[in-house]
Design a protein around this ligand. Sequence first.
Ligand code: MG
Ligand code: MG
Length: 261
Amino acid sequence: MIYLKSDEEIELLRNSNLIVAKTLAELAKIIAPGVTTLQLDKRAEEFIRDNGGVPNFLGYGGFPGSICTSVNDEVVHGIPSDKVVLKEGDIVSVDCGVLKDGFNGDSAYTFCVGEVDPDTISLLRTTKESLYKGIEQAVEGKRIGDIGFAVQSYCEERGYSVVREMVGHGVGRSLHEAPEVPNYGKRGNGITLKSGMTIAIEPMINLGTHRIIFESDGWTTRTADRKPSAHFEHSVAIRGGRADILSSFEFIEQVLGEREF
Ligand code: MG
Ligand code: MG
């Protein structure tokens, strides 16, 4: 069942995503060598609650954190921990969700910790660009496969690989709704996109193999070859011939200044 949202509901989703966007920017301010991912989690939870939201990842399926923090070869769903100390040269994907007024925001950004090697920077840049290639396809009349095709072809042409096991999703009153939004696919395949659909598009792109392994903690996923993985996510509403991006990287970019990630 795919729920189509009214204009009012889309504005509630935008409000929730605004808190997500500002939370990610708060974390951008403190990400540095020596900081633990648990410190990021605590800051995120505090900021979300101070802004009238609820961290919707906390307790979701038993998840113990308010955000997911996935470092280097971790793909997604990394658990914040005081044992994970960020160090110079790391990358950390932060995935954040907020429930407010009955609607869920969901967005992710991958940050650099200090100076990061150029090959990894290129992976981040391509992954972020591929997100916007996917978003361009999120318009009425296109198919879900058009989004996946756009992401996959953009990344594979540049030598990267697309994670298959995890996908984007519808988002609304539930954090994860139908339809699934894969980052791979064939043009013209899958359900037809309609106005009022709201989806999270979230490429998970690897430097090496697309294969991943699931860690014994029940959450963390990691690349099978231990090479880095990047993750960027926006929540998007389909409004006729226009993709309306409900989340935002604008606040992150204000914090990062000259830095890209
Ligand atoms: Mg997310
Ligand atoms: Mg998501």
